[in-house]
Design a protein around this ligand. Structure first.
Ligand code: MIC
Ligand code: SF4
Length: 645
């Protein structure tokens, strides 16, 4: 039997496991990336592992999330990452150079290699045929140290793209259609492989848009074959030597196949407040728009901005709309500056932001209260924009640009004939905002600079015989890591300061949570289905750990967050009978009387007693033997130290 594309790369990198879906596999990791918001923790954890040089082929530390610098905190974080990178063999991407995923695609991603990144949109590099996955900071730290990355072996889904996109319909509409079909839970435990005749018409940046937003499906990753289109892109980046052809075998077996006829697609939008709440722009109708934001790691490539510029050329941004545009990288920014497209954007009245995540993570440009914001981004979770009652719609750059002119949600197909914009044969290459690490000898003498915002991270203790704690919080389905550990300009500066950032934990669900948890000293959280979806931020485990959370009991979990909980020694318990969710109420006295023994035995049954109601509830923890030992030790760092001792 033949192999799928992803199976081929997995097979080449397999260090443990046998590729049976659902069982744990260990993968050798070729490249890692971090961004600043998760990077500070990842590097503190890397330092705690006591390894002097990274063992990967390439590790890059990007600065793109916190660039507002409203106080000293961000700048201190940047300096810490810059110095820790220089010392330990990591390439540093300076603030202003661009968004990690866009840059990694342009300059470092390689077909057939493995990449993990402390950011959930790391699968963007799947657009170039790389097996790229989002992970917690600790997993990235371990991979930098040469350790394997462990995941449950995913199932394989083929999405066959047939035909060609019609005018004004774009890659963003393809992934919105996949989200409509599969929902935000539909990709959990799966790798999505794209194929079919339709892919030949999609350039690498378009493929990257699709892989990027595969994160919103909860998928382990998404990937395109490495073909002639990939070769052309790498050639244009002067990286032809990095190309290898990788295609699935003709007789590869997929667990599921989905067909999409590109010629039937129309412009789509994800309505507030979930990326899978998708409808056609036509059906939603001409709602009044207050803000349009173009950019983010989903849609900020040269092609995207060229199309936007062509739409805006000679037009004027509607007086009721604030239009902001953030190019994805310095390369994109320089090229639109040189070819005149930037002048068209400015002339039309766009507000040009620096090459960074910016409004996507609530770092500036919050919409007016109850405002409608159209964004080319990948997430529209409630409150993420920084305005609690804003309504965010996710759209293509074409729909965004058309709407910026009219002031209402507008189907770009009304714009007339579509301009034919092609990628240039060579991109403008200037890597002067990447800093290479020091050589090993020089590195020994270098100091790492730690400002006052760099605080040690909390360490768990070994799992006790039993746990008694209150239900500190009960939440519903699809709780995102943005609910657990919100971002935004007032909170993001404290990513390297767990005591401080913990005071914001869960405040969007319950403003009293941090204080109550701290007073109580310990607690258990109860959640619904798909708990912890969204970002890879380990802070959604570290802050609860700091506040004394011992376990989260939920109907199901998102993959990266589940691993982050285990890595930090917090028990992720799954209700054996989802209806038992109703048997626990806020502030009930709970107990896990036999937890140590049960985890030792593999955690297939973990008994939870509700002492308030007298109910005995059966839960389980889906873990490998390695994860079992980690939970017993109180997390990955303790476990690694034990192993080394
Ligand atoms: C996001 O898009 O939510 C982020 C901010 O990029 C996160 C990482 C983080 O919280 O730092 C992600 O997607 O992993
Ligand atoms: Fe940055 Fe937004 Fe992409 Fe996250 S989703 S990496 S915040 S641009």
């Amino acid at each position: 039997m033949g192999y799928t594309l992803a199976q081929k790369i997995i097979k080449q990198h397999l260090v443990s496991g046998d590729m049976t879906p659902g069982t744990e596999i260990g993968l050798k990791i070729d490249q890692t990336l971090t961004q600043d918001a998760t990077g500070t923790m990842a590097y503190l954890q890397f330092e705690a592992l006591g390894i002097s040089r990274v063992k990967t082929e390439k590790s890059v530390a990007y600065i793109d999330h916190n660039t507002l610098q409203t106080g000293f905190e961000n700048a201190d974080d940047h300096r810490y990452i810059q110095t820790v990178a220089k010392k330990h063999g990591i390439t540093f991407s300076r603030p202003g150079n661009g968004i990690c995923h866009q840059l990694h695609l342009e300059r470092f991603g390689k077909p057939g290699k493995t990449l993990i990144g402390s950011d959930s949109h790391t699968p963007t590099a799947g657009g170039i045929g790389m097996l790229a996955m989002g992970a917690g900071g600790l997993d990235v730290a371990v991979a930098m140290g040469g350790g394997a990355y462990y995941i449950p072996m995913p199932k394989m889904v083929k999405v066959r793209l047939n035909g060609r996109l019609r005018s004004w319909v774009s890659a963003k509409d393809i992934i919105l259609e996949v989200l409509r079909l599969l929902t935000v839970k539909g990709g959990v435990g799966k790798i999505i492989e794209y194929g079919g005749e339709g892919i030949s018409g999609l350039s690498v940046p378009q493929r990257a848009t699709i892989c990027n937003m595969g994160a919103e499906l909860g998928a382990s990753t998404s990937i395109f074959p490495s073909d002639d289109v990939t070769l052309a892109f790498l050639k244009a980046q002067n990286r032809e030597a990095d190309w290898v052809e990788i295609l699935p075998d003709g007789d590869a077996k997929y667990d599921e196949t989905i067909e999409i006829n590109l010629c039937e697609l129309e412009p789509l939008a994800a309505k507030p407040h979930m990326p899978d709440n998708v409808d056609t722009v036509k059906n939603i109708g001409p709602i009044k728009v207050d803000q349009v934001c173009i950019g983010s790691c989903t849609n900020s490539s040269l092609l995207d901005l060229m199309r936007v510029a062509t739409i805006l050329r000679g037009n004027k941004v509607h007086p009721n709309v604030s239009l902001s545009i953030a190019p994805g990288s310095k390369q994109v920014f320089t090229m639109i500056a040189r070819n005149g497209a930037l002048a068209d954007l400015i002339a039309a009245g766009a507000r040009i932001l620096e090459c960074a995540c910016g409004p996507c993570i609530g770092m500036g440009q919050s919409p007016n209260s109850s405002g409608v914001s159209l964004r080319t981004f990948n997430r529209n979770f409630e409150g993420r924009s920084g305005t609690a009652d804003a309504k965010v719609y996710l759209v293509s750059p074409e729909t965004a640009a058309a709407s910026a002119i009219t002031g209402v949600l507008t189907d770009p197909r009304g714009l007339g004939s579509e301009p034919d914009i092609r990628l240039p044969e060579t991109f403008l290459i200037n890597d002067n905002m990447f800093e290479l690490p020091a050589d090993e000898e020089t590195a020994k003498k270098l100091d790492v600079v730690r400002g006052p915002n760099i605080k040690p991270f909390p360490l768990n203790v070994a799992l006790p015989e039993s746990i008694e704690a209150k239900c500190l919080l009960k939440v519903g389905d699809n709780i995102t890591t943005d609910h657990i550990m919100p971002a935004g300009s007032k909170i993001l500066p404290y990513r390297s300061n767990i005591p401080k950032i913990s005071t914001f934990c869960f405040v969007r669900c319950d403003p009293d949570f941090p204080e109550r948890a701290q007073k109580e000293g310990k607690g258990i959280i109860v959640g619904g289905a798909n708990y912890g979806q969204g970002s890879s931020r380990e802070h959604a485990a570290l802050a609860p750990l700091y506040l004394g959370v011992k376990a989260v009991v939920a109907k199901s979990f998102a993959r990266i967050h589940y691993a982050n909980l285990v890595n930090n020694g917090i028990l992720p318990l799954i209700f054996q009978n989802p209806d038992d969710y109703d048997k626990i109420h806020f502030e009930d006295e709970l107990a896990l009387p036999y937890v140590h023994k049960e985890v030792e035995a593999g955690a297939q049954t973990v008994t939870l007693l509700n002492k308030t109601t007298g109910d005995a509830i059966l839960t389980r923890c889906d873990i490998s033997d390695r994860q079992r030992d980690m939970l017993l030790a109180g997390g990955l760092i303790n476990y690694t130290k034990q192993q080394n001792a």
